[in-house]
Structure formats: structure tokens, C-alpha cells
Write a protein that binds this ligand. Structure first.
Ligand SMILES: [Ca+2]
Length: 312
């Protein structure tokens, strides 16, 4: 986890991992999940009570969209649009925001469209990409609302996983309605945006990262709220100002089953090498031996294979 600094505390009301996503980035409501806001206009001749300020269903997350656990994909970006995959009631769009003290691509308050990966990543052609210079306040963020204006129950899952490439430190946050201000669609009324988050230190090569709900923690800058995947509102990747400049890619974001192990798995990390890789190494060794009948040639085959892996 990143150190808890007073600087972040001062900035929490603005950033803390992505404010205003829902305010500006909430997707259009469908007829199925529309929750009409109360209106000041009297509905009928007997309606004399003032309208409540907050949608009662949203105030306590009494009526969430519930994930069934059958379609874990959040977004693979291959459709090249900014909407997350419309599975299990999820509906949201990727948006970018920053503290406006620096330059970012895409720019502040824009839709975050997938970009073509130079050379691809296996069968993946598109992923999210953003980069920029130094930011002097809370930094930059990009994320999406899961099912706004309703909250989202992802408790059938144990966390998320995704592929990413840096280098640099990126934060992931799963934001509960309880830490999002009422004006942004949540239920928080003071010291908001103390979101549940964790730091990921990316490398220059693509690697897969798994984050369990238990890895997420607040910074202690607002009211303590135990993490509960039953009342999620948004998810975001962000970079604190002190970790800028930045340049990172995100791909294949999905939920993971409960009891998934958290951590990073590099595509070529020998400690996490799959049996497939191991078999290919053995084959390259035996091919070298079969062709040249020498240990040197066999080892050279292995070097060639390892070089190919490194470039992939
Ligand atoms: Ca992709």
C-alpha cells in the first residue's frame, strides 16, 4: 500500500481515486433500471409533502443490481467502445478525470476509448491506454459506474483481475456508495471519497494482476466503512499526483471467484510459469539435441526460446 500522507488527506474531497465519475460519467438510464428523481412539482392534487432529497432506494442500497456470478467479464475492450460489457446488469462507460494541473491523454472529462495495442497482446487487439506528465494535486483517474444510479452487488465474486503494463504505480479502487457524496450519487455526507483501494506497481511488460476484495483498504481520512461488495457504485484506476508522470495500459478486466489468490503473475515469470511454458522449454531443449547432438546447441535453442518469450 502507498504511504498515507497528509497531502492526500487534503485532496480527498476532490480526488481520492476518482470523484465526479458518476456526476459526469453515468450512463444513460434504461427504462429497466430508471429511478426517477423526486421532483419539486406536485404530482397530484393531494401531494403536499416536500419531495425527499435522495432517492430512498439509493440511500441505503436497498435495491441493488445483483451479479449472478455467471458472466465475470467487465470489459475486454475488443469492441473498441467505452462502454463496459453489458453483462449481469452492468452498464457504465469509461471516463477520464484529472486535477487539471498537468497534461493527460485522453484529456480531462473525456470518454476513455480503447486504443489499439501496438503489435497486439496475444489475441487481444484493444486495451485502455493513458499517459501524461506531472500532476501537482490528487492526480488522474479513469473509471466507470457499474449500474448507476443503482448500486451493484458483486458479492458473488471475490475481487477482480486484469492485465496491465506500465511502468509506474497505479491504484485500483472499488468504490462503495457509502464513500461517494450524495451529490455524486452516493450516500456520504462528510469526508467523502475515502475509497477502498490498493496500489499496483506495474512493470514495462504486460502482466496479469489479481486483486481480492480483502486487499482493498481506506486511508483513514473519512468515516471508516467496512468493505462490502454488496454496495459498489464505481471502479477506477488512478494515479496519485506524487506518482506522476505516468503511462499505463489496462486490458481484460473481469471479476474473479471467491478465494482467488491475489498478486501479480508475469507472463514469463519463471516462478509462476505454467506447465505449457515448461513443456515448450523441454521441447526446445530436445529439438536442439535432436538436430545437433550437442549440449551447446540444445542450450542455444533454450536461449532463443527465452529471448522470444522476453519479447512477447
Ligand atoms: Ca483487449
Amino acid at each position: 500500500m502507498a504511504p498515507n500522507t497528509g497531502r492526500r488527506g487534503m485532496e480527498l474531497g476532490h480526488g481520492g481515486g476518482g470523484s465526479r465519475l458518476d456526476a459526469l460519467g453515468a450512463p444513460p438510464r434504461s427504462s429497466l433500471d430508471a429511478h426517477p428523481r423526486p421532483t419539486a412539482e406536485p404530482v397530484g392534487p393531494t401531494k403536499t409533502e416536500p419531495a425527499p432529497l435522495v432517492d430512498p432506494a439509493l440511500a441505503n442500497c436497498a435495491n441493488p443490481i445483483v451479479a449472478e456470478g455467471t458472466n465475470s467479464l467487465i470489459d475486454d475492450f475488443e469492441d473498441a467502445n467505452a462502454r463496459i460489457a453489458p453483462l449481469e446488469g452492468r452498464a457504465g462507460s469509461w471516463r477520464i478525470f484529472n486535477d487539471r494541473t498537468g497534461k493527460q491523454v485522453p484529456e480531462h472529462a473525456s470518454v476513455w476509448h480503447p486504443a489499439l495495442i501496438p503489435g497486439g497482446r496475444g489475441s487481444s487487439r484493444y486495451a485502455l491506454h493513458t499517459w501524461g506528465g506531472v500532476f501537482e494535486s490528487w492526480g488522474v483517474t479513469g473509471g466507470f459506474a457499474l449500474a448507476a444510479p443503482r448500486c451493484y452487488d458483486a458479492s458473488v465474486y471475490g475481487g477482480v483481475k486484469f492485465w496491465a503494463k506500465g511502468p509506474g504505480r497505479v491504484m485500483f479502487s472499488a468504490k462503495m456508495t457509502q464513500v461517494i457524496p450524495v451529490e455524486d450519487g452516493g450516500t456520504c455526507r462528510e469526508k467523502c471519497y475515502d475509497v477502498h483501494r490498493t496500489a499496483i506497481d506495474l512493470t514495462k511488460r504486460w502482466a496479469e494482476y489479481t486483486i481480492a476484495w480483502r486487499d482493498l483498504a481506506q486511508q483513514g481520512l473519512g468515516p471508516a466503512v467496512a468493505f462490502d461488495a454488496k454496495s459498489l457504485f464505481e471502479m477506477a484506476f488512478f494515479v496519485d499526483g506524487e506518482d506522476t508522470p505516468f503511462n499505463f495500459w489496462i486490458d481484460d478486466l473481469s471479476f474473479v471467484p471467491r478465494a482467488s489468490r491475489s498478486g501479480a503473475v508475469s507472463a514469463i515469470d519463471p516462478l509462476n510459469m505454467s506447465w505449457g511454458w515448461f513443456l515448450q522449454m523441454v521441447l526446445s531443449l530436445s529439438n536442439g539435441w535432436r538436430r545437433h547432438r550437442s549440449l551447446g546447441a540444445s542450450l542455444w535453442s533454450l536461449v532463443v526460446f527465452a529471448s522470444a518469450c522476453k519479447e512477447s
